[in-house]
Design a protein around this ligand. Structure first.
Ligand code: MG
Length: 381
């Protein structure tokens, strides 16, 4: 077997995804020049319309609430950064990890989880709405950029990583790409890694954004082991720098600890299982994981954020408004598809509910608000 090297010049591990042995693309294409298959996937994702729209979509805060909060775009870049760092240490394929990280949120609706829950509720009689499945739909079908096919025609390994979760009925409909959910097999280590890098990124940036917004307070967070442990050290060493910088110092230390723990623990799991190929990885139990103690602590932080930030009354007020916007848009378009822009109307003539869901899911926060105003306010056009 030919030796593949990582960006740092180390040999790619035998269990890493190898672009030369990819399971390929749905529509066969000539090999790329000057880059490999996973680099090409990463580049296609970066150039997609859905990727650009991530700039105006949010996870927790609605886009217009403040210029400093994370958007799905900056979140995705943070995920890619964390995932690449760990991939390099584990001698995994950095390009594939990056491609999956950058694409993982492409299917998200406007207004974060509130938008997704509202759309899922609207779509219940018609197969529901799952954001992971929608991310796959974006790269497989909805992007319209190439003359020969719909979608981005990505490699199997990239698509496998993008489809992080999937309900069993939907998995059964998907064919090859859904098979692992039915057979209970794992995806590549690159995909497993992107998934946990996502968690590291969001629990840390939500602490940062939560404090900056004033919805969270430092004394509350001191009760959370992971934050409190690092923040006490920071307070001692940097008593004079002011709270904002102390919080940055703490968050940076938390990210560092989670990254180092995930790297060390995963390496130990990989060494013990000794997979000889990506197929061995798929058949093995999950091999990318935190150590027990750090896993418990990161879960506790996640739980804290759930109770204190995502359920904060100011967030709930905003998300309930957002959910209403999504539900009202859905109802109006489904009732009268003539209200849809032409390209979406044509699709709605074939599959009314799915086409409306696709149109709404593709909206940015501000576009959804504008569209809602255009439909429901008589003095808007
Ligand atoms: Mg994410």
């Amino acid at each position: 077997m030919e030796d593949l090297t990582t960006a740092s010049g180390k040999r790619l591990a035998p269990y890493a995804a190898d672009p030369a042995r990819s399971r390929g693309r749905v529509h066969p294409e000539s090999p790329p020049q000057g880059r490999d298959e996973f680099q090409r996937d990463r580049d296609r994702i970066v150039h997609s319309a859905a990727f650009r729209r991530l700039e105006y979509k949010t996870q927790v805060f609605v886009n217009h609430e403040g210029d400093l909060f994370r958007t799905r775009l900056t979140h995705s870049i943070e995920v890619a950064q964390i995932a690449r760092t760990i991939a390099r240490q584990l001698r995994l394929n950095e390009d594939l990890t990056e491609a999956i990280s950058l694409a993982h949120d492409l299917g998200h609706t406007p207004f974060g989880h509130a938008g997704q829950d509202a759309l899922n509720l609207c779509m219940q009689p018609w197969g529901g709405f799952e954001h992971n499945l929608q991310s796959l739909r974006v790269v497989d079908e909805l992007e319209e950029r190439y003359g020969d096919y719909d979608g981005l025609n990505l490699c199997f390994e990239t698509r496998e990583g993008v489809l992080k979760h999937c309900s069993l009925p939907n998995a059964a409909r998907l064919g090859e790409i859904g098979l692992r959910f039915i057979e209970r097999r794992r995806p590549s280590l690159e995909a497993q890694l992107a998934n946990l890098a996502d968690q590291i990124a969001y629990i840390n940036h939500d602490v940062d954004d939560g404090l900056r917004s004033g919805l969270l307070k430092v004394p509350q967070l001191m009760e959370v082991e992971l934050f409190g442990r690092h923040h006490r050290v920071v307070l001692e060493r940097f008593a004079q720098v002011g709270e904002r910088r102390q919080v940055y110092e703490t968050v940076r230390r938390m990210i560092n600890e989670l990254v180092l723990d995930l790297t060390a623990c995963s390496q130990a799991l990989i060494d013990a299982a000794a997979p000889g190929s990506i197929d061995d990885v798929r058949a093995a139990p999950a091999l990318i994981a935190f150590s027990g103690e750090v896993g418990v602590q990161s879960l506790a932080l996640k739980q804290f954020l759930f109770e204190n930030l995502y359920r904060h009354y100011r967030v709930v007020r905003m998300t309930s408004k957002a959910a209403r916007v999504v539900a009202e848009l859905f109802e109006a378009f489904v009732d009268d598809i003539r209200l849809l822009p032409d390209e979406h109307k044509r699709k709605a003539e074939r599959d009314r509910h799915r086409a409306v869901a696709d149109y709404i899911a593709g909206m940015t926060d501000r576009y959804a608000i504008k569209e809602h105003r255009r439909l429901f306010s008589v003095d808007e056009t």
